[in-house]
Ligand binder design. Structure first.
Ligand SMILES: Nc1ncnc2c1ncn2[C@@H]1O[C@H](COP(=O)(O)OP(=O)(O)OP(=O)(O)O)[C@@H](O)[C@H]1O
Length: 320
């Protein structure tokens, strides 16, 4: 298997100022994250709001810089690349955001916006560009008339399709999808998820698929990564999740999902305490205060993400 994206020991801190005291403090959004994404092995990334999913996604496509650590995309170390040097990488590493309409220039037509992306990366004639854009619009289920429409003339679902068209027009190898269907009606979600899967089959795109909705992951991903307070706590195959999930936080997350068959519903595990705010203030495991299996070692030592069997990694002191 070829490794397409590798992030090693990524730390990302933001400076936040207190509005009242005007003191500045740092907030660690990513706390030594290491993740490897193999070609063709799309990964779903889940975790509570604010745990650092989008920040990690942006760092992997070079839209944000980490404070420390290393990011390798398609065999190129992008950690310290300047904006200009990032250009050839961007062609292969794109991001689809949740808020669809605001990502388009309101003064350009959808066709012009997508053409702009091609112009930035490839030398093509106007005629070729128009044809490429019309083709890709068709591929995402939008007819030629959308070329001349403005963003405010599109519905949410149509705009998300256009957004996907723009992200994949250059046939990138890696795409981060940040909650790509969460702002859409349930009736349209399945269509978009099927479209993403189809595009991965047709163009060989590998995704990092960020979501809160576990049910959407299986449409496009083979693996799932669970994140808690700036750390990846478990990675495993999606089809083995019920049988193999082991981290106490993963189990709680999955308990929150309703199981259709009442005979298969287990006893619900309760999550204790409140989510901590700043991981810099915690020594040991970030999940210790909410974990009903917390041991002495969890308060002292940070558990490392370790592969406990092929394709299954976990960061928890219960697993040696
Ligand atoms: N530019 C920024 N300045 C300061 N803090 C930030 C910035 N961007 C993100 N953060 C903080 O970093 C943490 C992680 O944010 P991030 O958006 O990555 O979380 P998330 O898991 O994607 O959340 P959600 O699921 O709600 O989108 C949050 O606490 C957030 O407030």
């Amino acid at each position: 298997m070829t490794v397409l994206v590798r992030a090693e020991d990524i730390v990302k801190s933001y400076e936040v100022s207190n509005q009242i005291s005007r003191n500045k403090t740092t907030f660690k959004a990513l706390d030594n994250v290491t993740i490897e994404i193999e070609k063709g092995q799309s990964i779903g990334l889940i975790g509570e709001s604010g745990c650092g999913k989008s920040t990690l996604g942006k760092i992997l496509v070079g839209l944000e810089k980490s404070n420390t650590g290393k990011v390798i995309v398609n065999q190129v170390d992008i950690t310290n690349l300047k904006l200009k040097e990032m250009k050839p990488i961007r062609k292969n590493a794109q991001m689809i955001f949740q808020n669809t309409t605001s990502t388009f220039n309101p003064r350009s037509t959808i066709g012009q916006s997508i053409e702009e992306v091609i112009k930035n990366f490839e030398k093509t004639s106007k005629e070729d560009r128009v044809n490429i854009v019309k083709d890709i619009l068709k591929k995402v289920g939008l007819d030629e008339s959308f070329y001349n429409r403005y963003p405010n003339e599109l519905s949410g679902g149509q705009c998300q399709r256009a957004n996907i068209a723009r992200a994949i027009v250059l046939k990138p190898k890696f795409v981060v999808c940040d909650e790509p269907v969460s702002s859409l009606d349930f009736s349209i979600r399945k269509n978009i998820l099927n479209l993403l899967r189809q595009l991965s089959e047709d163009f060989g795109v590998t995704y990092l698929f960020i979501t809160h909705d576990l049910s959407t992951i299986k449409y496009v991903c083979k693996k799932i990564a669970v994140m808690y307070l700036g750390k990846i706590v478990e990675i495993l195959d999606i089809d083995k999740i019920e049988e193999k999930m082991s981290h106490p936080y993963t189990k709680i997350l999955f308990d929150a999902v309703l199981v259709a068959d009442p005979t298969k519903r287990g006893k619900r595990r309760e999550v204790m305490g409140e989510i901590s705010q700043n991981v810099d203030l915690i020594s040991g495991c970030n999940f210790q205060r909410r974990c009903n299996k917390c041991m002495e070692i969890c308060k002292e030592k940070v558990p490392k993400l370790k592969e406990i069997e092929k394709g299954h990694s976990i960061a928890c002191h219960m697993f040696k």
